[in-house]
Design a protein around this ligand. Sequence first.
Ligand code: SAH
Ligand code: SF4
Length: 349
Amino acid sequence: MQKKGTIEINSLSLNHLQQLFGEAKIPKYRGEQVFCWLHKFAVNCFTDMTNIPSSLQKELAASFHITPLMPMVKRTSADGTVKYLFGLFDGQTIESVLIPEEDRVTICVSTQVGCAMGCRFCATGNSGFVRNLSSGEITRQVEWISQENAEITNIVFMGMGEPLLNYSEVMDAIKLLNCDEGMALGLRRFTISTCGIVPRIYQLADEQGQVGLAVSLHAATDQKRRQIMPIAKKYPLEELFGACHYYTNKTRRRITFEYVLIAGLNDGLDDAAELVNLLAGLNCHVNLIPVNPVGGLYQRPESRQIESFARYLSQNRIATSIRRERGLDIEAACGQLKQTAGEVVHEDS
Ligand code: SAH
Ligand code: SF4
């Protein structure tokens, strides 16, 4: 499907596009027009660019291609959450989720096909790593979904993959989505979620302090964290929290810690007490996520247990929220739809 040897035009910044147009003696303003078609109106082919002469459309099609993103499955939950499975040029698939709430509309996007981090409770982690997504493949998810939905307010990099291991493409995607000639989404509307790639947290703090950071913590001791997250062997909590303190000091922004609650593993009040100690003095917020059981290995705690864990944190002055269960009926947990979708079907439209 992808033409070999041509440039993925929607991965290029406006400057880069204009530079290539300049070299090809195409007027500069055409660069802006094409960029706008790609990023504001998410067109899939050059012939849809109606204010571009057909001779130029042909010229563009000879040198460039537009990321093909094919909707393969779409499931809408009773709570309004919509989950998409998209096919890529090489037959791989990725997931994206639209989450409408009273005060915001969030899109959760993937940054890699699969993930190399192997977190035990995660369907994506269990399926292994295939490849990084290009910035064009990342932005297309947002542009595509925004075509059929109301105003998008927030973008979270919480789909498949570890965004900080695809750092440059993720940063380029943010710049493309932030660009005035495209969707013009403010930098503060983005949140990157990471399992804790320490050197990249420092880099993010130094380079892009406006984008929000969420750290998947899931346990308050190295011993427990290593049981469920292999990355904890590489970056112990001391190193991770060194980076987190650097990030909050440098950016003056609050970090969100995601904590997947797993029955009998990390949901006790002793775990909550360790967490309070670990987070002392850090500008942060904890988001408790009752685990979505994947493959029956881990179970979510009972509501009573979840509430008492949350209460303990709040009583110890840790800002805490419990993630509302959304899209459970459509298998909205990371990597789940891909596992169960099987053959390609349009489930609703
Ligand atoms: N790789 C990044 C971002 C993608 S995962 C990260 O790990 O942060 C996004 C979030 O979904 C993470 O907090 C992850 O721990 C969580 N998650 C993965 N599998 C889950 C499951 N089965 N139930 C609940 N949350 C899960
Ligand atoms: Fe990768 Fe995040 Fe899943 Fe861990 S939770 S395997 S880092 S996608």
